[in-house]
Design a protein around this ligand. Sequence first.
Ligand code: NAD
Length: 294
Amino acid sequence: MKIGFIGLGIMGKPMAKNLLKAGYDLTVFDVVKANVDDVVAAGAKAGASAKDVAAVCDVVITMLPNSPHVKTVVCGAGGVLEGAKSGLILIDMSSIAPLASIEVEKACAEKGVKMIDAPVSGGEPKAIDGTLAIMAGGDRAVLESVKPILSQMGSSVVYCGEIGAGNTTKLANQIIVAVNIAAVAEAYTLAQKAGVDPALVFDAIKGGLAGSTVMNAKSPMMLDGNFKPGFKIDLHIKDLGNALDTGHGVGSPLPLTASVMEMMQTLRADGCGQDDHSALAKYYAKVSGTKIGK
Ligand code: NAD
């Protein structure tokens, strides 16, 4: 089976390399040549365009920033649908708006291409380890047929429903992560201001109901003032924007998401868009005049 991989950034590069390690015949494309060269050095072939990749593959995986990129790469000039033969399976693993997944799937179906949306959670370390959590939407039988491929990149693959359901699930994930980080930053800022060491607060409460994977991962970063990404504020703004649009579209108000979105917008305006999302601590430092940690 020949696989195409388009979008070789922080996530796509290690995911593509895991497919090579598993022995798949891989053809790749990215607009950044250095990214292509890196994966070619690991054994992939280079395609000249998305169309070129699709023309020689049975399955094409996309791992791109957002909805407009996926629409362009799949439906645009020189895109996947121009090169694809009928029966090709497109696995879009990008985190995009669920409505965009539905739109792209419609265009695919007109060309006899089957599409599933299969965004991931876990970040670069799990992309490298091949232990991402994958949440998928689309035709269940199509998903089953590509599970051996997905299992090289993720340790869990959960079927969430029709096309777009994977991305709806990912939006739920991103809301919970964003609000949880903000709550941790808010609580530690209160402790700091009240004269209690936030490091001791973390130690005291991490085993109780307030504890979370977010708390364990982000507390050390906040306490050290280390905001090297990880997952960038700019990307989280993209996800919360998609969440707010989707919420407004289906009539589900998202007041907490909207609040954290404005905090992240403030940070972006302050030049922190490339910081890790744990930099929400900087927002609280700004409004309280008190920085977490020593
Ligand atoms: P990234 O910006 O590092 O990579 C995106 C890649 O797409 C880049 O190499 C870029 O050159 C390429 N690209 C953009 N437009 C293109 C086009 N028209 N044709 C070909 N290539 C194109 O982003 P990333 O961190 O790898 O994230 C990819 C997706 O995964 C995003 O939707 C993101 O939200 C999601 N995600 C990221 C993480 C993370 O921790 N970074 C975790 C989970 C999910």
